[in-house]
Design a protein around this ligand. Structure first.
Ligand code: ZN
Length: 308
């Protein structure tokens, strides 16, 4: 969650904050999921939840700024209140969310029904694991979550395309290397941009439905490593090109200059130290960027496979 005002409000009410763009938990006795963009999802657990929430909003309209509520939609028994005015700003969104929640949730608490585990339909308990599903967090039993993870994995496997995934990852990698090389060329500390490359690579792979599992790890790691080398090499090549344009253009051909200059550079210990530093730091940030995606996916799959 990035909206710090919203985070503050939710933390103040003992809700959990996710790594993503939302916070969730029980607010005034109602299970809710609140997003950075101001969506409030209330798990009512009742079929006429939309009507109940709209009535509550009407009843408490005096306590809520007229601009606060844009629309109210239902997603199964979950009801989503879209909050936000014409002026969007973190503080304003947070204030609207707080206004709406403070006004209507206390009165809804005795009307909402506990929502069962969506996989087995049995009541959720304290050991259940929270997962975002659609616009709301749902609570699944550990075994049910594993079953669902396995089903998702198998569906993704059946729907996957080895070639597409590689093309996507390489595309993400080239884009990342380009940004990396460009930033480095400007003389800015480029290493953190390797994080971006890692994210682009993973997203490219997943967008084009690459195969999940071990192949995903191998392709992503290979592409990210390659991207750091490509970006660094590209940046050095560009700088050499500029040196040639400035000082050697009239004296020797560019190809001759490069074939002479490159081995010279590799004999230069200062250059070698700089290169090791550039590449090493890039790889470090790249590892940080891709680790979360890879570790999480592998852990889920390995765990399910081990339990079978
Ligand atoms: Zn279950």
């Amino acid at each position: 969650m990035t909206n710090r005002f919203l985070k503050q409000y939710l933390r103040g009410h003992d809700l959990s904050i996710s790594f993503g763009t939302f916070g969730f938990g029980t607010l005034y006795g109602c299970p809710v999921t609140v997003f950075d963009d101001g969506r409030i999802c209330i798990q009512t657990g009742i079929d006429n939840g939309l009507f109940v929430v709209q009535s509550a909003l009407a009843l408490h309209s005096g306590e809520i700024d007229g601009q606060a509520v844009k629309e109210v939609t239902a997603d199964g028994t979950a009801v989503v209140i879209h909050v936000g005015g014409s002026l969007r700003g973190e503080k304003k969104v947070a204030n609207y969310v707080a206004q709406v929640c403070d006004a209507i949730l206390p009165g809804l608490a005795d009307q909402v029904q506990p929502v069962p585990c969506p996989v087995c339909g049995l009541p959720a308990d304290d050991d259940c694991i929270a997962r975002l599903s659609g616009s709301c967090v749902v609570y699944l039993h550990e075994g049910c979550l594993e079953k669902q993870t396995l089903e998702n994995y198998e569906a993704a496997m059946a729907d996957s395309n080895v070639f597409g995934g590689i093309v996507g990852a390489v595309g993400g990698m080239l884009l990342g290397a380009l940004v990396w090389g460009f930033v480095m060329n400007l003389g800015i500390f480029a290493a953190p941009f390797a994080l971006l490359t890692a994210i682009l690579t993973v997203q490219g792979y997943d967008k084009l439905k690459g195969r999940p599992g071990a192949l995903r790890t191998v392709v992503v790691v290979a592409c990210v490593v390659l991207s750091v080398f490509l970006g660094t090499a590209g940046c050095y090549a560009w700088q050499l090109h500029e040196i040639w344009v400035e000082s050697y253009k009239d004296l020797i051909a560019e190809k001759v200059f490069f074939t002479g200059a490159i081995p010279d550079l590799f004999r230069d210990s200062e250059f070698k130290i700089m290169m090791v530093k550039d590449v090493g730091l890039g790889l470090l940030f790249a590892a940080l960027g891709s680790a979360r995606f890879i570790v999480r996916a592998r852990r889920d799959i390995d765990k399910v496979k081990a339990d079978r």
